[in-house]
Design a protein around this ligand. Structure first.
Ligand code: ATP
Length: 202
């Protein structure tokens, strides 16, 4: 059973996340994709992040229409920083040995991998599926391999059309009173309005 994992801050979840999940699901024949909102995103420790309650709720709305997408609250349910290596270990325990994991991430995140907790262990536990992201260069696997032995065997480079959307841009647009229609699912747009999120800028 091949399962995708899309970890993120999802502040807010947007159509880029949904495209990555769908493209990986179909191309890699994944049985489902788990959306895993970070409890305490340690890479964004000095930034204000919306409460996990809102971020989880937005993911819930965003994936409600897809039978292949699931929410996992494994990271928000745990106190302290959310590290991918711990998350994959817990999901492996929860789903058993027959589950194989494909951790989806953008080129921007793959470049950060050497800063993650125990990346050498992570690459042994799952395949990393790297997807292109506008304004970022393709991964330099040779350089990554020198700091994380084994990463090259783990990485799957998934070529797909670029989706020029980011959560930070969406937050800025809301703060400026600009439209975000089409950048997030309609129900997420509605939720952001109702809850008056992101009005105060970043
Ligand atoms: P922010 O703009 O606040 O940094 P983000 O848009 O990168 O947020 P995250 O929730 O941090 O959203 O992203 C989760 C994962 O999805 C990361 O691995 C990121 O690289 C990837 N990702 C997000 N948006 C895109 C996109 N448009 N194209 C490719 N990958 C993306």
């Amino acid at each position: 059973m091949d399962i995708g994992i899309l970890g993120g801050t999802f502040d807010p979840v947007h159509v880029g996340h949904l495209r990555i999940a769908e493209e990986a699901r179909v191309r890699l024949e994944l049985s489902r994709v788990l959306f895993v909102p970070a409890g305490q995103p340690w890479l964004k420790a000095d930034e204000a992040v919306a409460s996990p309650i809102h971020r989880v709720e937005m993911v819930r709305w965003a994936i409600a229409g897809s039978p292949y997408f699931e929410l996992s609250t494994v990271e928000v349910d745990r106190p302290g920083p959310s590290y991918a290596v711990d998350t994959v270990a817990i999901l492996q325990q929860q789903l058993g040995a027959e589950a194989s994991f494909f951790f989806l991430l953008g080129w921007d995140s793959l470049a950060e991998l050497p800063r993650w907790k125990e990346p050498d262990k992570l690459v042994q536990m799952c395949r990393l599926v790297a997807v292109p992201r506008p304004d970022f260069s393709p991964p330099n696997l040779e350089a990554l391999e020198s700091s994380i032995p084994g990463v090259t065997q783990s990485v799957v480079l998934l070529d797909m059309p670029l989706v020029d959307v980011s959560s930070s841009d969406i937050r800025k647009r809301v703060a400026k009173g600009l439209s975000i229609q089409g950048l997030v699912p309609d129900d997420v747009e509605e939720y952001i309005k109702e809850q008056q999120l992101y009005r105060q800028g970043e």
